[in-house]
Design a protein around this ligand. Structure first.
Ligand code: ATP
Length: 235
């Protein structure tokens, strides 16, 4: 579904990605782990079209989407949930959700999808008329995930969904990710929390210094001798 090849991203003198390559197959949950500054957000940003790559290829559903703007990638079926839970705090939960569907035209279909996602996110249904700013951190994370799903993506990308959340809430977020996959959406998740990512993902890539140091089925990487060295950039 997604094939990223030799991707390069630069910010002035800084090389954030130095030729990173990853593949994501339809129906997979794939994780990208790595320390601060490894280039994880730059990779998701380039795929989503909010970061301009300096080179490489990004094939999505057989078309090279490199350099396409966000609006185009969203229409092609890519949704990004950026780090930091950016809700519109003065708007209600329901209004926030509807903003995720701005590329769609059928109000009836949007309403039906919102109802259907309330099955995965019952707390959002309960609080749908409340201001989003009143939600807890975990609830806001659920809201931004649900909002991204309202664009009807084939690929959902999540940047550090567990950051700053209590372990129990993080568990719930990862259960939700599994339920989303169950509805046919492919998931690419970035995490600094490597243990959590390895538990949740079918396959994991270890990124450091803007390149992939190690990759494979998560169950194999968990006990891989080189995992720590790759994660900390020692290899
Ligand atoms: P984090 O977990 O801290 O977000 P990351 O693995 O997502 O880290 P990136 O955010 O992609 O890494 O950053 C990769 C490198 O690029 C870092 O050295 C970072 O300081 C730099 N960088 C990222 N965004 C910018 C920017 N807009 N301008 C300049 N440098 C940037």
């Amino acid at each position: 579904m997604l094939a990223v090849e030799d991707l390069k991203v630069r910010y002035g003198q800084i090389n954030a990605l130095n030729g990173a390559s990853i593949d994501v197959g339809q129906g997979e949950v794939v994780a990208i782990v790595g320390p601060n500054g490894a280039g994880k957000s730059s990779l998701l940003g380039a795929i989503a079209g909010i970061v301009k790559p300096a080179g490489g290829r990004i094939d999505f559903d057989g078309e090279n989407t490199i350099g396409q703007p966000l609006e185009r990638t969203v229409r092609r079926g890519i949704a990004l949930v950026p780090e930091g839970r950016h809700v519109f705090s003065g708007l209600t939960v329901l209004e926030n959700l509807k903003l995720g569907a701005t590329i769609r035209s059928s109000a009836a279909e949007i309403d039906a999808d919102i109802q259907s996602y309330f099955e995965i996110f019952p707390i959002l249904s309960e609080r749908r008329h409340e201001a989003a700013g009143r939600l807890s951190g975990g609830e806001q994370q659920m809201l931004v995930i649900a909002r991204a799903l309202l664009s009807n993506p084939k690929l959902l990308m999540l940047d550090e969904p567990s950051l700053g959340l209590a372990p129990k809430i993080t568990d719930r977020i990862y259960e939700i990710i599994e339920e989303i996959r169950g509805r046919g959406v492919t998931v690419l998740v970035v995490e600094q929390n490597a243990g959590r990512a390895l538990k949740a993902a079918d396959r994991t890539y270890v990124l450091n210094g803007g390149v992939v140091r190690l990759s494979g089925p998560s169950s194999e990487l968990e006990n891989h001798n080189d995992f720590e060295a790759a994660y900390f950039g020692l290899s």
